[in-house]
Design a binder for this molecule. Sequence first.
Ligand SMILES: Cc1cc2nc3c(=O)[nH]c(=O)nc-3n(C[C@H](O)[C@H](O)[C@H](O)COP(=O)(O)OP(=O)(O)OC[C@H]3O[C@@H](n4cnc5c(N)ncnc54)[C@H](O)[C@@H]3O)c2cc1C
Length: 405
Amino acid sequence: MSDRRIVVAGASLAGAQAAQTLRRQGFEGVIELIGDEAHAPYNRPPLSKKYLAGEADYDSLRLRSMADPAELNVDLQLGRRVSGLDVGNQTLQVTSLADAATVEVSYDGLIIATGARARRLPGVDLDGVFELRTVDDADRLRAEFEAGPARVVVIGAGFIGAEVAATAREAGLAVTLVEAEEAPLQRVLDRDAGMAIVDLHRGHGVDVRLGVGVQRLVGEQRISGVELADGTVIDADVVVVGIGVIPNTEWADDSGLAIDNGVVCDATCLAAPNAVAVGDVARWDHPRYGLIRSEQWDNAVEQGSFGAKRLLAAWTGDPVEPFAPIPSFWSDQYDRKIQLSGVPSDNVEIVQGSLAEQRFVQLYIDGQGRPTGALTWNRPRQSMQARMLLDNDAELDEMREALGG
Ligand SMILES: Cc1cc2nc3c(=O)[nH]c(=O)nc-3n(C[C@H](O)[C@H](O)[C@H](O)COP(=O)(O)OP(=O)(O)OC[C@H]3O[C@@H](n4cnc5c(N)ncnc54)[C@H](O)[C@@H]3O)c2cc1C
């Protein structure tokens, strides 16, 4: 296999993990890791937390899996965008962002790891309005926070919006958090847990507005306010838009891949012959949950590794199992560590602590009385335990007993 070339499109968490795994699995051929950012692969979670707060520096973001590309013999190409793909001919178009020159690159194996980008508010081009996805975004936002704006308005109370609000508040800034839904995170958690996050923020002095959308952003060249659908105008010096992400797939629109809210793959992450998709961009057929796309750090690491092995297995003939992890996610807000293992459901049972204490373990249960997930607040050990139990198809009583003590 030493004469084969594997191209990894997207040089971030999932792509770097895949490249490292290829070497760990003994692949001796060429690995090209191509990324359109100017930075070597780095971790995004601190961007809304310690890095934004100025408590972590740039070096601490660097991914250990790609600490030394030369030692791994990985050809890391930054500032280059994969701009086209032909899965039939196994060729890619790669465009330099420096001079727009495009070259054709052929591959024996392709790992698609182009992730996702922050969704923007349409038609908004005002200074002082930010999304947060990249370290460059975080640097700009951090500089604004350090300048001491009179009020920060965060649009969208998803995890990233909520974390930015917490970081801004802890920096002593006045913060308004605007959420169009009656309760935040209803698709990700249950209603009461979403409202517990609202209480957490209100308890720290954030002005949380629920059930009201944004009508328009006000300002000439720079933002001066946010007009809500009910006509209220909130003064704003800085606005952070946290309204979700869009998978980066446009470059593959005419490739022959199935694109539908991500790169659609089979249960083993195979998207086309000799091509796998991993991380935030991959929408694969999970044996438990059907077609899903994950936007979670743990998944990007695990799927990056899995995808690399899957690609090699096509050549070695090794058996391939479906990729079937129990999803898991964490969010740090103030002094709370919020963790979800598995998936939520409408039926909830608190087995330890209480929402009022903001320290609890709760189980999600399906219509047949089986546990589907566990949400923990400041209970990291129980969160890990829950993930293992769910992975072992534990019964409800077993989970109650293990996590309730
Ligand atoms: C601010 C923030 C906080 C987060 N906090 C948490 C958290 O607390 N817990 C958690 O579980 N998850 C968190 N996440 C999510 C986690 O970081 C992502 O799930 C993870 O980064 C996904 O990795 P990825 O490699 O699949 O995609 P990405 O990290 O999106 O990387 C994709 C890379 O590919 C590049 N790219 C895109 N298109 C092309 C192209 N055509 N050619 C070349 N390169 C391309 C992109 O620029 C990017 O560098 C957070 C994310 C953000 C932004």
